[in-house]
Design a protein around this ligand. Structure first.
Ligand code: NAI
Length: 462
């Protein structure tokens, strides 16, 4: 009898298993994939960051080296080596989790889990009992009507297929200007592919701050991506040579087509819980197909909990990790908690885009009086020296209390810089607290302080 069986070894599940073991519980984790780490480590965040890194180096070499005085730099792109580097990066990380499982004495039950009854988990022909079960089964790419994805054929692919194309295509159409489409679209654009992004909405990156959306689109367009916005894709016809994408302008008008060697479908993800037996157990679901949970991650079935992409909220690895730690603490009789108001979001392009808290639009819509402090990277010496000064930092604060409500950053390293604001928000800091904090010079983080200063008497370097 286990104290806890976790189903799924992605960032939500493996973190939950480790924390529960640290708290003294006897823990097993079920994973059917050959390696631990889930979508994030195997076919998501980590391999995409490897390809983003190598393609970023190539882009820097071609775009900026001559300006830096590094003449005649030229890289022959060896796609096979780049893929191998990606696979090595993934393997180093998945093996790391295997090590952590051994270190924390967590049993890896290899196979796909079913829950035939509360407190029981079946893996292959083995049945295990547990006092508590946590479902951390993640998500899969959403199908798009009229489009058949075939990652093996490598013509119409989802993010998994796009990470392992047989060759760098000459042309690519990306359907969906969300995080996946823009990160992977950037990878191939930097490697020489002509990339066209077709998006249903009139802006890229749905839900982000409107000023960020506009400036980010300008930056990506300058890098070579073409955007077709306000266009609903209705079908994709694949052939051996490529595919034809049909889309209709949302405002009305004739349907149009674009041909491409590869089509990446990046139109969102949906929770994955097929085969677990949730219907027979009578688990309550939301109308969006997520597992419904209460404030303590408990489902409608006693002893059964759920976290991560399978439950409501942003589909982010770090949100799943936080929930994994919190539910482990709840199950161990402690007080697990996730602050959903302070979950950063990062797009790992160049420059990176990072945000936390409310957008300017959402802050205004909430009826509060707000102050917005904005600082362009053109005023930041370090960003200029790096030839990446096209972004900005924007801090949004409550006009009456000065409390920080959100921040939005386009900058090299924005994904690291955002955490200063996350910590400030966790502590209920005012913009003035950040403005009065000494920031090392020359760093791009000074732009965060300047944006905070701009919420008060003004930034210095504009
Ligand atoms: P997404 O929901 O971010 O974006 C999908 C886009 O596709 C939307 O803008 C939508 O309007 C558009 N779309 C939908 N149907 C369409 C159609 N028929 N024609 C044209 N456009 C259409 O989804 P995405 O990028 O697939 O990402 C899935 C999840 O994975 C997200 O929750 C994302 O946050 C997460 N993720 C996060 C990453 C990060 O944090 N860096 C990296 C990769 C994924």
């Amino acid at each position: 009898m286990y104290d806890l069986i976790v189903i799924g070894a992605g960032p939500g599940g493996y973190v939950c298993a480790i924390r529960a073991a640290q708290l003294g519980l006897k823990v097993a984790c079920v994973e059917g994939r050959e390696t631990l780490g889930g979508t994030c480590l195997n076919i998501g965040c980590i391999p995409s960051k490897a390809l983003l890194h190598s393609s970023h180096m190539a882009h820097e070499m071609h775009e900026n080296f001559a300006t830096l005085g590094l003449m005649n730099a030229h890289a022959d792109i060896d796609w096979g080596r780049m893929q191998a580097y990606k696979d090595e990066t993934v393997a180093a990380n998945t093996k790391g989790i295997e090590f952590l499982f051994k270190k924390n004495k967590i049993d890896w039950l290899k196979g796909w889990a079913e829950i035939p009854a509360p407190g029981t988990v079946k893996v292959g022909d083995q049945t295990h009992e547990a006092k508590a079960i946590v479902i951390a089964s993640g998500s899969v790419a959403s199908p798009l009507r009229g489009v058949t994805v075939d990652n093996d054929a490598g013509v119409v692919v989802d993010s998994t297929g796009a990470l392992a194309l047989k060759k760098i295509p000459d042309t690519m159409v990306v359907i969906g200007a969300g995080v996946i489409g823009l990160e992977l679209g950037s990878v191939y654009n930097r490697l020489g592919t002509k990339v066209t992004v077709v998006e249903y909405l009139d802006t890229i990156t749905p839900g982000m701050d409107a000023e960020v959306q506009k400036q980010f689109q300008r930056i990506l367009a300058k890098q070579g991506l073409t955007f077709v916005l306000g266009a609903a894709v209705s079908g994709v016809e694949a052939s051996d040579a490529g595919a034809t994408v049909t889309y209709a302008p949302k405002k009305g008008g004739d349907a149009k087509t674009i041909e491409a060697e590869v089509v990446l479908v990046a139109t969102g993800r949906r929770p994955r819980h097929d085969g677990l037996g949730l219907e027979a157990l009578g688990v309550t679901m939301t109308d969006r197909g997520e597992i419904a949970i209460d404030a303590h991650f408990a489902t409608s079935v006693p002893g059964l909990y759920a976290i991560g992409d399978a439950v409501p909220g942003p589909m982010l690895a770090h949100k799943a990790e936080d929930e994994g730690m919190a539910v482990a603490e709840v199950i161990a009789g402690k007080h697990g908690h996730v602050n959903y108001d302070v979950i950063p979001g990062v797009i790992y392009t160049t420059p990176e885009v990072a945000s936390v808290g409310l957008t300017e639009e959402a802050a205004k819509a909430s009826g509060r009086k707000i102050k917005v402090g904005k600082f362009p990277l053109m005023g930041n010496a370090r960003a200029k020296a790096m030839l990446h000064a096209e972004g900005f930092v924007k801090v949004i604060a409550d006009a009456e209390t000065d409390r920080i409500l959100g921040a939005h950053i386009i900058a090299p390293g924005a994904g690291e810089m955002i955490h200063e604001i996350c910590v400030a928000m966790e502590f209920g800091a005012a913009a003035q607290d950040v403005a009065l904090t000494c920031h090392a010079h020359p760093t791009i983080s000074e732009a965060v302080r300047e944006a905070a200063l701009a919420c008060g008497d003004g930034a210095i370097h504009v």
